[in-house]
Design a protein around this ligand. Sequence first.
Ligand code: F6P
Length: 359
Amino acid sequence: MTKRIGIVTGGGDCPGLNAVIRAVSKAAAKRGWESIGILGGYEGLLEPRRHMELHYEQLGDLLTRGGTILGTANRGRFSTRVGHGERRRVPNDLLAATKAGFDALNLSALVCLGGDGTLTTAQQLHEFGLPVIGIPKTIDNDLDCTDYTFGFDSAVACATDAVDRLHTTAESHNRVIVLEVMGRYSGWIALYAGVAGGADAILIPEIPFRYESIQGRIRERESHGKLFALIVVAEGARQKGHDMVSIAEREDGEVRLGGISAVIAREIEHLAGREARNVVLGHLQRGGTPTPFDRALCTMFGASAIDLVAAGDFGKMVAFQGTEVTAVPIQKAIERLKTVPPDDTLVRTARAMGISLGD
Ligand code: F6P
């Protein structure tokens, strides 16, 4: 029997969303099924409904194109995330209106691409009776039950390129340069890019830092004749005993982070007497073409999502564990955020390289 698959992208964008849209549509088309894209996140299922047909022959360039052709939103009526581990329920009348949109568009399944917020909504829709499948997306890599979310590898590639570029200018000027990368509650991007780029200190939300520790690393380098240093800091990192540094409180309760690198650079100039600069990488990490690893991951995720629809195995999120794509209950994936464990292999590796974790 032919099916009609709805695809929705929610939360902050990232490289690979279009690659997943392509993979889902292609795998569906191979089975003789139709697929449509819901525009503007879950809102597109509400009146006035907005969607686009996804035709097999038009999917060609989506593999490499950044962003999402469907549009997305990380705030508004479907926003469920209000802080670390705190969630808001989508009201029942909104779930009912969403189900009405699903029925009106004659859909057989809804494939939801998103992070913990979007998938929390997907789980609520599933409990409300909608056949949903989740696909884990976020540059932060903080979704549980999957080793990797798509978008993460591309963000790390961008951040590592920034570390490499800053390395040469820091060395030329004998400066301390602090690079701020994304990572609200988890420091995966900072950790991977920091190790890959050979940073001297990596500061992550999971390990509150002390200036004495960073200063100690700078002094140690000085004793070896190295008068420059690179610090990679996640936007959600904080000094021990202090709060995260934020730009503004959002209307939905989740703060907009940013500015920790400037605070650290100022303090290092003052404490270590060294000239320091800071760079905020920001949304550059979320743009551009996905890396080869992300393209392959996105394609595996999309194909596997269609297998789950074919099996009628709903309420599941596709996941990458070890070297295999598998499926886990969405509920399990959203129960907790996957933060960096203090004894993570890469944390231990960083320490073995003499990199300061700020503690
Ligand atoms: O959750 C992904 C993320 O990139 C976070 O690391 C960051 O704090 C947030 O999105 C920024 O979102 P925006 O500026 O798009 O609201």
